[in-house]
Design a protein around this ligand. Structure first.
Ligand SMILES: [Zn+2]
Length: 438
């Protein structure tokens, strides 16, 4: 925490005096750890200059990015090096204790811990990039032109998109089966699953890890995302940072870093694995093909159950179809309700992204209350006599959604799906003749 406190006293955007100040503090720390320290300066691309001047930097046009690089020599310097990466710059108005002073401090702490275990087999490089926040420019400059980039065999990146919560290993290189196996064996309290990896790949978000990953380099990307209100916020101070998250990041990074630094060979590339931690205790991993086999087996068993139930006359095809349509109606309505609730919370007015992040706890309780209200409503609503009336909730939600924002395809599609499935759904009305009324 000492390093986090020291460098996150003030914001340190690229080109600022604070950026240079924290860099010289970090260079001194690296020297004390016995590392060979150097800097790499590079010009900023035009888009980044524009961004910097939009933030209010008066020297944007002449500002340079400066990466800080430390090398802990290994026993065999010809072996591919292990690169630990974090960015030392922050956004304009945030002290950036979590993002990414935490990653910077964790990488130095990992080097200290590795050194205490002896001389690693390979060089351990700490790359503290600059200008991550304005466009991953420091990582780009390093992997494009620095001689050490060609000697890199594995990358561990550390990031934050919030100020707390567990640190997750949410991204790997391609063909990760052997790397997941190494993570499984070397991390005491794991937090990772292949679904998170898949979802992250589908999202437009980037970190410095994007650059080496594009070059086909393997490795691990770690980040914590709890306390989202601290993301790029002026309130992201060292005091606000959850120290447990920092410890968790250091623990997991040290686990894989030690396994890689002291191994005679790095794991090779293989197929992708399906994996997940079980309550943070251990990791279960298996080949993707086995996932399909499990799905097929489940489908087969369901089919068998239906065939037996049908033979005994307990259920018909029509009833099965009705059940499926009702389930789809529930799903479509849930999605429609969440979409409209999102509009009610003010999403249509082009709100500030960070304000929305800060409002997350309130938005979550709103969503919970809306869901509870719908559940209560569902309990008291009796199926209407006229089938068309079943589409009334979807129509009402659509109207509300349109009043609160524009007619986007998602809203229209969800409303249509909800209406159609509701009309086709057999519902839960008592069969004719059953029950009675006065
Ligand atoms: Zn960051």
């Amino acid at each position: 925490m000492t390093d986090v406190r020291e460098i996150s006293k003030r914001p340190r955007p690229t080109g600022s005096p604070e950026n240079a100040l924290s860099r010289s503090y970090l260079a001194e720390k690296m020297r004390q750890l016995g590392m060979e320290v150097s800097e790499q300066a590079a010009p900023l691309p035009p888009e980044s200059v524009e961004r910097l001047s939009k933030w209010g930097a008066s020297n944007a046009a002449t500002a340079q990015l400066v990466n800080l690089i430390g090398v802990l020599p290994g026993r065999d310097r010809a072996r591919p090096a292990l690169l630990m990466m974090a960015h030392h710059d922050s956004v304009w108005e945030s002290p950036g204790a979590p993002d990414d002073a935490a990653g910077v401090a964790a990488s130095l702490e990992v080097v200290r811990a590795l050194k205490a275990r002896g001389t690693p087999e390979r060089d351990v490089v700490v790359l503290l990039t600059d200008a991550e926040e304005i466009g991953l420019d420091g990582a780009e400059a390093f992997f494009q032109s620095h001689p050490l980039a060609r000697r890199t065999g594995a990358v561990i990146n550390m990031e934050a998109r919030g100020g707390g919560g567990r640190t997750a290993m949410f991204e790997t290189g391609r063909g990760n089966a052997r790397w997941i196996d190494l993570y499984r064996r070397s991390v005491g309290r794991p937090s990772s699953n292949s679904l998170a990896v898949l979802i992250y790949e589908l999202m437009p978000n980037n970190t410095d890890f994007t650059i080496p990953k594009k070059l086909g380099l393997p490795g691990f990307n770690f980040a914590f995302i709890g306390k989202a209100e601290l993301y790029h916020s002026p309130a992201a101070t060292a005091e606000a940072l959850d120290q447990g998250s920092l410890q968790d990041m250091g623990d997991q990074a040290l686990g894989v870093a030690a396994a890689l630094a002291f191994a005679s060979e790095l794991p090779g590339s293989a197929d992708n694995a399906v994996f997940g931690d079980v309550l943070g205790l251990f990791v279960v991993a298996y080949p993707a093909a086995m996932g399909w086999a499990i799905l097929l087996a489940a489908a087969g068993l369901l089919g068998l159950a239906f065939a037996r139930a049908r033979r005994s006359g307990a259920v018909s095809f029509a009833e099965l179809g009705g059940g499926v349509v009702t389930a789809l109606a529930l799903l479509a309505h849930s999605a429609l309700i969440l979409n409209v609730a999102n509009r009610i919370s003010g999403s249509a007015g082009g709100p500030n992204y960070y304000d929305r992040l800060a409002a997350l706890p309130r938005l979550e309780s709103q969503a919970l209350l809306i869901c509870l209200a719908c559940l209560l409503l569902a309990c008291i609503v009796v199926r209407p006599a006229a089938r068309l009336l079943a589409a009334a909730p979807a129509a009402a939600l659509l109207m509300l959604g349109l009043i609160l924002g524009s007619a986007n395809p998602l809203l229209l599609g969800l409303a249509l799906a909800s209406a159609v499935t509701a009309i086709l759904s057999p519902g839960t009305a008592p069969a004719p003749g059953a029950g009675g009324s006065a």
